[in-house]
Structures are given as structure tokens and as C-alpha cells.
Design a protein around this ligand. Structure first.
Ligand SMILES: *Cc1c(COP(=O)(O)O)cnc(C)c1O
Length: 430
């Protein structure tokens, strides 16, 4: 048998850090990443044959669990018909219609291959449609790794950001303004200073890249008003939350709380591909018509709307739109977070939890944090002990305290009960 250690050693010789995406390397928590050999339903097995209950779900896409029969059949059928044509297909039209039928804020959509690509293009579209260069993002929100988005706050609201990655020239982020999440004063001030120059405000409505932090309703409402007053576009990055927190995505929750609310541009990924490389951005026809070949904003992709990926995404969306799907998924996710909270309370460990649909977060702090600075005050060594305690006992959560967790429809009540029992055991030993 090949061990995880052996595979990691081999991987590090040929792949930087041994991984193709940094968080997989376990740098935040220490130890050896598990090399996954296969997965089925809510479980994954590593190269050593150990089974894990999976709460990462490929970082969100696997909302039905692994190897769902209807999805597998659709992918197998599509593969026999051809992997890629570089020409339009009926299936991508079907997927576009399917997504738009669930997202009333948008009239047109374009399919791409990754969330990074979709978010990057959404910014370009907002800039092209408004003829403006500057935009606002929030600290702790991740929108993929396009150059202009790898940025941290500058020294004040009058100054723009600094790159967070080598290889990004400061000039490339000079139009990106980074503000604190849920900070009303800062957004007011930013619009007062830069309103007429702002192309858009981009936000993760529930920030899953700082574990799980909700944008408060008054905050979202005020951004909507400020964008309207100043002619800026409001971009919802729903790559993680889209079709994951509710069938209508996070925007449907804000539309319930704020009459008439809709974002101008929505970005999707993860669930819409069902585990295949697929993402999208969507908006009104008026805005989308700025895109090539109709308009002057360029965007293209060899594998965009790929026939196998669209088959996977379509089959996934057709399952999740069945009646009662989100009620049951939400119930199970709540069962998990309530169980974890109960176990933490019993163990005397400060703990807070939140969840929506099939997405959840927990923090080793008594109150839910509202911004990135607070998230980062989490007791990291304690999180790391909790992570490894769960992993050793066959429960796989994200290997970093700033990542959200995901429950799938394939998780049974028994899986959740087992997870809570394991967590209770680990929490007592912290
Ligand atoms: C995952 C994610 C992205 C990036 O998507 P990739 O497919 O990894 O490029 C962008 N935005 C959000 C909110 C995400 O969660």
C-alpha cells in the first residue's frame, strides 16, 4: 500500500508544495494531506483505505454527495457524445435557461470554466459597462485570484490597495479599494470620496472564505442604495453561496429581507458544475450585451460551456430543485451545527455556529464574528487540535479555520450523529 506520506513526498518533487491549490497542503494545520483515492455519497477514502465523512464536498460543489446516480449517468452519456467541440451546443442553452429560471435578477448568463475567471470577467464587465475603473471589495472576501483582486487595504480610505501576492504590480491594484466587511461608516465614506469613479462593489453575501460571516441586511441595503445613487453596479459573488444556501441563492434571502432587492451582476461556480470545471456570470440583457461578440468587453474560453461539465451541472441542478430538497438539507445542516454547539457547551469550550442551507461555519469564540479581523482572532492552535482530532477519527473538515463547511444531501442523520459524537469526544480533550 502506498501511504499518504509517500505520495506527499513524491508530489512535492514534481508539484510546488505537492498540491495544485495551496490550502490542500495542510500548511495552516500541519501534518500530511490525505491523498483521496475515491469517494461515494458523503464519504471519501484516502490512499491508505481510511474512510472520512466529508464536510468539504470539493469546497462546495458536491451538494448531492459523491457519485450521485443521476449525475453519473448524465456525465457518462455526455462523455460518449464528445468531450469538447468548441462550438455551441443545445445543452449549454439548457443550462443557461435552468440557471436563469432560478435567478430572477438576471436575464442572460455566460458560462466559463472557473470562479476566478467568472469574477475577473464580472469586474471587467462592470468597468466596461460603466466606463469607470475603480471598484470596492471587502477584506476577507475571496473572489478568485485575478490580479486586481489580490489586494489588501491601503493605509486609509483615500488610498487604494496593496498587492497580497508577489507578481502583482502595485499599479494593477491601484483601482481596488478594500473595506471592512459589515462596516457601514466605511462604505458611506468610500462613496463620498470616490462615488462618481466607482464601477462596482463586489461582495460575498455570506462570506465563506472567512468561514461563515453574513453580510448584515442593513449593510447590503445601504450598498444597494449607494450604488444606485452613484451609478455603480452591485456584484454578488455567489460562487460559494449560489444554489448552496438556498435554491434562489443568497440573493433570494436578501430579496426576502429587502423589498425589491437584486444585485446587478451575479457570479456563480461550484454547485452549478456539480464537481466539473464550470462557472458563470449573469446580469440584465442591457449589461450583458456589452460582452463580445455584441459589445466591446472581451471574454472567451476554449472549454467554456464544455458539454460534459454542462451535463454534470444540469443533472445536479435538476436534483436540487426537487420539492423539499433544501428543507431537508437545511435540517441536516442545523442538526450538525446544533450538535456541535451542544457538545462544545458541554465541554465548556467557547463556541459559536451559523448555517444556511447546506453551508455552515463554527468559531472558537462565544459570539459570531462580523468581519475578517475578528475571525482572525480565533484560537488557531485550538482549531488545529480540533481539526486533527476529527481527522484521526474519520471526520474531514476544511484544514483552515477561515473556510466554511458543507453538508450534502447524501449525509444521513446517522452520519451527522456520528460526527457530533466524534466532535464531542475531541472537544472534551481540547
Ligand atoms: C471558490 C470561490 C471563487 C473562485 O472559484 P475557483 O473556481 O476556485 O476559481 C470565487 N469566489 C468565491 C466566493 C469562491 O468561494
Amino acid at each position: 500500500m502506498t501511504t499518504n506520506d509517500q505520495l506527499f513526498e513524491r508530489a512535492r518533487k514534481v508539484i510546488p508544495g505537492g498540491v495544485n491549490s495551496p490550502v490542500r497542503a495542510f500548511r495552516a494545520v500541519g501534518g500530511t494531506p490525505r491523498f483521496i483515492a475515491r469517494a461515494q455519497g458523503p464519504y471519501m477514502w484516502d490512499a491508505e483505505g481510511k474512510r472520512f465523512i466529508d464536510y468539504i464536498g470539493s469546497w462546495g460543489p458536491m451538494i448531492l454527495g459523491h457519485g450521485h446516480p443521476a449525475v453519473l449517468a448524465a456525465v457518462q452519456q455526455a462523455a460518449t457524445e464528445g468531450f469538447s467541440f468548441g462550438a455551441p451546443t443545445e445543452r449549454e442553452v439548457e443550462l443557461a435557461e435552468e440557471i436563469l429560471s432560478l435567478v430572477p435578477s438576471a436575464e442572460q448568463i455566460r458560462l466559463v470554466s472557473s470562479g476566478t475567471e467568472a469574477a475577473m470577467t464580472a469586474i471587467r464587465l462592470a468597468r466596461g459597462a460603466t466606463g469607470r475603473s475603480k471598484f470596492i471589495k471587502f477584506e476577507g472576501c475571496y473572489h478568485g485570484h485575478a490580479d486586481a483582486l489580490l489586494v489588501k487595504a491601503g493605509s486609509g480610505l483615500a488610498t487604494f490597495g496593496n498587492p497580497t501576492s508577489a507578481g502583482v504590480p502595485p499599479e494593477v491594484v491601484q483601482h481596488t479599494l478594500v473595506l471592512e466587511y459589515n462596516n457601514l461608516e466605511q462604505i458611506e465614506e468610500a462613496f463620498r470620496l470616490h462615488g462618481p469613479e466607482l464601477a462596482c462593489v463586489m461582495i460575498e453575501p455570506i462570506a465563506g472564505n472567512m468561514n461563515f460571516v453574513r453580510a448584515q441586511v442593513p449593510f447590503v441595503k445601504r450598498i444597494r442604495e449607494l450604488c444606485d445613487q452613484h451609478g455603480a453596479l452591485f456584484v454578488f459573488d455567489e460562487v460559494m453561496t449560489g444554489f448552496r444556501v438556498a435554491l434562489g441563492s443568497a440573493q433570494s434571502l436578501y430579496a426576502e429581507a429587502i423589498p425589491g432587492f437584486a444585485p446587478d451582476i451575479s457570479v456563480f461556480g461550484k454547485v452549478i458544475g456539480g464537481g466539473m470545471p464550470l462557472a458563470a456570470f449573469a446580469s440584465s440583457r442591457r449589461i450583458m450585451e456589452h460582452l463580445a461578440p455584441l459589445g466591446t468587453v472581451y471574454q472567451a474560453g476554449t472549454l467554456s460551456g464544455n458539454p460534459v461539465a454542462t451535463a454534470c451541472g444540469l443533472a445536479t441542478l435538476r436534483e436540487i430543485r426537487k420539492p423539499g430538497f433544501f428543507d431537508d438539507l437545511s435540517r441536516k445542516t442545523r442538526m450538525l451545527v446544533d450538535g456541535l454547539k451542544g457538545a462544545a457547551d458541554a465541554a465548556g469550550v467557547p463556541f459559536s455556529v451559523d448555517s444556511q442551507g447546506g453551508m455552515f461555519g463554527f468559531f472558537f469564540m462565544p459570539e459570531l464574528p462580523q468581519n475578517y479581523t475578528t475571525v482572525m482572532t480565533t484560537d488557531q492552535p485550538r482549531f488545529n487540535r480540533f481539526f486533527h482530532g476529527l481527522l484521526d477519527r474519520g471526520v474531514y473538515i476544511a484544514p483552515a479555520l477561515y473556510e466554511a463547511g458543507f453538508v450534502s444531501a447524501a449525509h444521513t442523520d446517522a452520519d451527522i450523529a456520528e460526527t457530533v459524537a466524534v466532535a464531542a469526544d475531541v472537544l472534551r480533550s481540547l
